[in-house]
Design a protein around this ligand. Structure first.
Ligand code: FMN
Length: 186
């Protein structure tokens, strides 16, 4: 059975922690161990039919990486390598971390950058998430009134993370691995 690949970018470790939480909730049967995108080649992502990808926001609602003032290379340096790659037929669910109080005018805005990059590869992006329960002025990561992926605030609302992750996984898993869920429901 094919598993889900989990990849993340991070600067101070919160997105890694959430990626690990997602992996532990899914278990080794359904997902491989999360990998930091700064140690990956595009081929490693292409090996999966279903992916969960996580990013924090840095700079001015930007993807993390040297260009956004982070300590290490990350998504910002990785995404140019995705140009001309074909992710058609693959399902991708996104999650993003931000800090709504401090960065209220651009809350979790890097998520839309990841969305556009993978949308352009032909991937099917699933897992939109309601904006209810957050307080911010603006986020670029909203389409048709919903975040383009799960949004988490480990600085301002860490106590809500586990429940949000669990609820989101119940919504996205049947979309990411439909065959598994058809078998389970049979
Ligand atoms: C310099 C800097 C810039 C940031 N810019 C944003 C931003 O534009 N939007 C946002 O929602 N959060 C922003 N944040 C908050 C981080 O995204 C948040 O703290 C996140 O949890 C960090 O994840 P990490 O520990 O995986 O690096 C910024 C934080 C720093 C230190």
């Amino acid at each position: 059975m094919s598993k889900i690949g989990i990849f993340f970018g991070t600067d101070t470790g919160s997105t890694r922690l959430v990626a690990k939480k997602i992996h532990s909730l899914l278990g080794d049967e359904l997902a491989d161990k999360p990998k930091n995108i700064n140690r990956c080649q595009p081929a490693e992502l292409l090996a999966y039919d279903a992916l969960i990808l996580g990013t924090p926001s840095y700079g001015v609602g930007d993807l993390p990486g040297l260009s956004a003032g982070c300590q290490e290379a990350s998504w910002a340096e990785f995404v140019p390598y995705l140009d001309n790659l074909d992710f058609r037929g693959k399902k991708i669910a996104l999650f993003g971390l931000g800090h709504q109080e401090r960065y209220a005018s651009r809350f979790a805005s890097s998520l839309i950058r990841l969305y556009h990059v993978f949308y352009a590869t032909g991937a099917d992006i699933v897992g939109r998430w309601s904006t209810e329960g957050y307080q911010f002025e603006h986020s670029d990561s909203i389409i048709d009134g919903k975040f383009v992926g799960l949004v988490l605030d480990q600085r301002g609302q860490p106590h809500l993370t586990e429940e949000r992750v669990k609820t989101w996984l119940t919504q996205v898993m049947p979309l990411l691995l439909p065959s598994t869920y058809q078998v389970a429901a049979a």
